[in-house]
Design a protein around this ligand. Structure first.
Ligand code: HEM
Length: 294
């Protein structure tokens, strides 16, 4: 019986940081993996920090070939959608995602992690994120309504027992910059058609347009995923950190293709008001696999 990294499902945390690292010497990936697996969170419960550690899928296959799910790959090629829309590929070697109740603990912990990994890996991308009006993203809509419950989510997000990578998960991390002025110029009724849900209380529209965001990512069609999206940024420059977990990478990659318009020729209407700046996949191994690296 393998155990998941508990941070995946540690809900209700309002401060987050995502640290993406590049190895300085790929020949030393095992030493790096052992350092990253030895990261210690503060031992307090109320003021603690949750960690989720992920690896570029191909790097993970090199480090622990027996525990690597076959066919999982990094975000190695940009997605060229319709009408010139592009989702960039900015894959890095490892991710440390931290979440907690306040930003000070995250800040201190992030500094420690960067310090501990210095000499082995460079910090390639750092983003911090925070909760907005309880559970809304910066479009003003409630984000996460159609997530599976915590009873069902492990089945959707984690690889099952008995396969390589059991209790691990494929994580898609994408930072989307919002075009807030353009979005706010759109009347709410039309925003609802773009999203496929009502703005105030997130009720799914009965006749949602085929290019609405909810229709473009319909889990009845692509399979269920578990999302932990958060708002990031400042007043001038902000958006959504998309954090999606799946037992099967295809669900995520097909949703991206669909949003880019590659499945039906119709691009997700939301992509007219938000632009991805980054895109990477990480394999998030089980606790047992991580402990085996120390
Ligand atoms: C700017 C970026 C994004 C924003 C602001 C955003 C926001 C939302 C909102 C407000 C909803 C409706 C409520 C809910 O069920 O959560 C939703 C649904 C959903 N989104 Fe996104 N999203 C973004 C990007 C993505 C991406 C990149 C994916 C997939 C790779 C995705 C997958 C989904 C899925 C699966 C649903 C539920 C669909 C269903 O009803 O089955 N979203 N999103």
């Amino acid at each position: 019986m393998y155990t998941l990294q508990a941070g995946i499902f540690a809900l209700g945390t309002s401060s987050h940081a995502y640290l993406e690292f590049d190895l300085l010497d790929t020949k030393k990936c095992k030493e790096f993996a052992s350092t990253i697996a030895a990261i210690r969170e503060p031992r307090t419960t109320t003021g603690g920090v949750n960690f989720v550690i992920g690896f570029r899928p191909e790097l993970w296959s090199d480090i622990v070939p027996d525990d690597a799910p076959p066919g999982v790959v990094g975000f190695n090629k940009e997605i060229q959608g319709t009408e010139g829309f592009v989702m960039p590929a900015t894959q890095h070697d490892a991710l440390v995602w931290m979440s907690g109740s306040t930003y000070d603990v995250i800040f201190d912990m992030a500094r420690t992690v960067i310090h501990d990994l210095a000499g082995q890996a460079s910090l390639a991308e750092e983003t911090s994120s925070w909760a907005y009006r309880h559970d809304r993203d910066l479009t003003g809509f409630i984000d996460g309504s159609e997530n599976p419950t915590l009873l069902d989510a492990p089945m959707d997000a984690l690889l099952p027992e008995g396969v390589p990578g059991a209790a691990g998960s494929v994580l898609l991390l994408q930072k989307w910059k919002h075009k807030t002025a353009e979005w706010e110029a759109v009347p709410v009724k039309q925003q609802e058609l773009i999203m496929g849900r009502t703005k105030l209380d997130s009720i799914e529209l009965k006749n949602k347009p085929a290019d609405s965001h909810v229709a473009s990512t319909d889990q009845d069609k692509f399979g269920n995923i578990f999302r932990r999206n958060m708002p990031y940024g400042n007043v001038e420059d902000h958006g959504t950190v998309f954090v999606g977990f799946s037992a099967d990478q295809k669900r995520l990659s097909r949703m991206l293709d669909s949003m880019a318009g590659l499945l039906t020729g119709k691009r997700d209407a939301l992509t007219r008001y938000a632009q991805p700046l980054t895109g990477s996949y990480y394999f998030v191994p089980s606790v047992e696999s991580l402990r085996g690296l120390r």
